[in-house]
Design a protein. Structure first.
Length: 346
């Protein structure tokens, strides 16, 4: 039996911080929505790549981790009963005669939405992998491109490849837990924060960690997991490092995926929008967060929050044409209080 089409006023593609906050801004205006994401959990990059990494530039929150930010955002949208569809990708988008959109997913779901919000971060992102034949066979046991549970590396021989923030952050964080920690980078200088690099070099000076300047060239295994990796040093010789866990942080390879086929006005791997509504060239399709581009664009979470607010007002005008959209304040508006489910003492 074919799945029935899900009809909604708003469909949000992407459940990262900006996509979740879009739920909130739409909810304040009385618009319910559905949210899709390719990941099996909410949170986008915050949850997938740096759940434990500190964030300092969220207004009013001096410090929180990525995981804590997502938890707070999810709590904030509880009054609006958004429906999440996780672990599925949008495969098709087509416009209808009435201006609405038909959206199909990889799990054979079909939506009809009056408005669509693309909040897909950098798109369908994948970590850049180590180019070494046969190494992919050990991704389930010994090779890692992200950290979900730092405790799994306790008392292990850990080798980290990379010289950016993620490589340095995890090298410092895991050095005290691991049996041995070696950071491998092709140059003596790092791309990450100098303060973190200094911390790691101090650990090396104290004998608690090691640094090798070079690149990986081979590995050994016992059939189930890695036992060592070979590093070709820039000095011309090679060194074999005992390895239980090999981690690589070479950055992300952003891929727009099916979004590239939707007739959107693209700017490389981003989507062009205006700065009044954050609407794309397709009427009723908005793009917020890292996925969009406009002159002066800054890829900050707080910028995405602002974009979500203006996009919500523009979407409300499409959903209820001819009806003036009034700006109301959550501090004083009884309608806002009702939607938020709060009671104000008189």
């Amino acid at each position: 039996m074919k799945n029935a089409t899900i009809t909604t006023d708003a469909l949000i593609i992407g459940a990262g911080p900006c996509g979740i906050f879009q739920v909130f801004e739409l909810g304040l205006l009385g618009v319910n929505c559905h949210v899709l994401d390719t990941l099996p959990i909410v949170g986008g990059q915050c949850a997938e790549l740096y759940p434990d990494k500190p964030i300092y530039d969220i207004p009013g929150i001096p410090l929180c981790t990525g995981e804590e930010l997502i938890a707070a955002l999810m709590q904030q949208i509880e009054p609006f009963d958004a429906t999440f569809h996780l672990g599925e990708e949008v495969t098709e988008l087509s416009v209808q005669a009435d201006g609405s959109y038909i959206i199909k997913t990889s799990r054979d779901k079909t939506f009809q939405a009056k408005t669509v919000f693309v909040a897909g971060g950098v798109g369908s992102f994948q970590p850049r992998k180590i180019r070494l034949d046969g190494l992919e066979d050990f991704e389930a046991t010994s090779v890692h491109y992200r950290v979900r549970n730092p405790e799994q590396f306790a008392d292990k021989d850990v080798v980290i490849l990379g010289g950016g923030d993620s490589a340095l952050d995890w090298a410092v964080a895991l050095a005290e837990r691991a049996r041995s920690m070696t950071l491998v980078h092709r140059r003596p200088d790092f791309r990450g924060a100098q303060a973190t690099a200094d911390k790691y070099l101090a650990l090396c000076a104290a004998g608690k960690a090691h640094f090798v300047e070079g690149k990986i060239s081979g590995f050994t295994d016992d059939g189930e997991k890695l036992t060592s990796v070979t590093i070709d040093r820039n000095s011309g010789d090679s060194v074999k490092l005992p390895t239980d866990a090999l981690m690589a942080f070479f950055g992300l390879a952003p891929k727009l995926g099916p979004i590239a086929e939707w007739s959107l006005d693209l700017n490389r791997k981003t989507v062009n929008v205006d700065t009044e509504k954050f609407e794309t060239n397709l009427p009723g399709v908005f793009a917020i967060g890292d996925i969009n581009y406009y002159p002066g664009k800054k890829k900050l979470i707080l910028s995405g929050f602002h974009e979500a607010a203006l996009a919500a007002f523009a979407a409300k005008a499409i959903i209820e044409p001819g009806k003036k959209v009034h700006l109301q304040y959550t501090t004083t508006s009884p309608i806002m209080h009702e939607r938020l489910g709060v009671e104000i003492e008189s």
